[in-house]
Design a protein around this ligand. Sequence first.
Ligand code: UDP
Length: 257
Amino acid sequence: MSNPPKSVSTQSCSVLGLPVHVMPNYPDWLLECLQLGQGAHVVTLNAEMTMQAEQNKLLADVIRNAELVIPDGAGVVLYLRLLLQQKVERAPGIELAENLLFSLVRSHSDAKVFFYGGAPGVAQQAAKYWQQQTPELAIAGTHSGYHSKEEEENLKQTLAQIQPQVILVGLGVPRQEMWISENRHLCPQAIWIGVGGSFDIWSGTKTRAPSWLGNNNLEWLYRLYQEPWRWRRMLALPEFAWKAIVYSLTGKGAVAH
Ligand code: UDP
């Protein structure tokens, strides 16, 4: 974690060689980054992403360079709890984004946010949902995640011009992580978060798993039910479990304070 604000106690753990930051209140830490004018890339780590990073060195480097990596997935949390004996709660990326937007309205009322990603109209619909939730939230713009090269250039110019404080990017993994890493220089003081399918949820296109499934680390099962084509991607979960055991036996899962 580079140049973290000091006032919140943070702990850095390692899951299969990738960092995970554990702290009591992620939105507070991010608000402090905004206050200090320090940009941040937030990665929401789950087992699938960890397995992708094993094959994709560029993705692994992007995750290692992110200012904040939160334990989004059940596999990552179980790894930290069972193998590293860490007291860690799951921090779903969508909830971090929601809490950050609510906190932003309270503490940085002039801050602008931007939604990028999802099928045509989805980010716009998600913005409508947010305007109903918190009319004070300044959504400076939205852009679909399916576009031509030329449209992407226009999007970059728009971002550079608007300088939003918070930019949510929902292009799926690893596209969103790579895109943020390549483009965060456009708005160096912004908080950039890869939010996966969050716009689909906020727009009402998809629904989240009932909380009892999430609380029992079974949100992945609901996603499989909703999107059966995910089964191939989910083979990463048993692979992650196996690698986690081997990795922990070889003593590489160190904890740094
Ligand atoms: N998406 C996009 N552009 C693309 C590919 C995907 O905007 O070129 C969007 C897609 O519409 C969906 C999101 O990216 O809203 C991916 O959601 P998913 O839940 O699959 O994310 P992940 O599980 O990879 O975090």
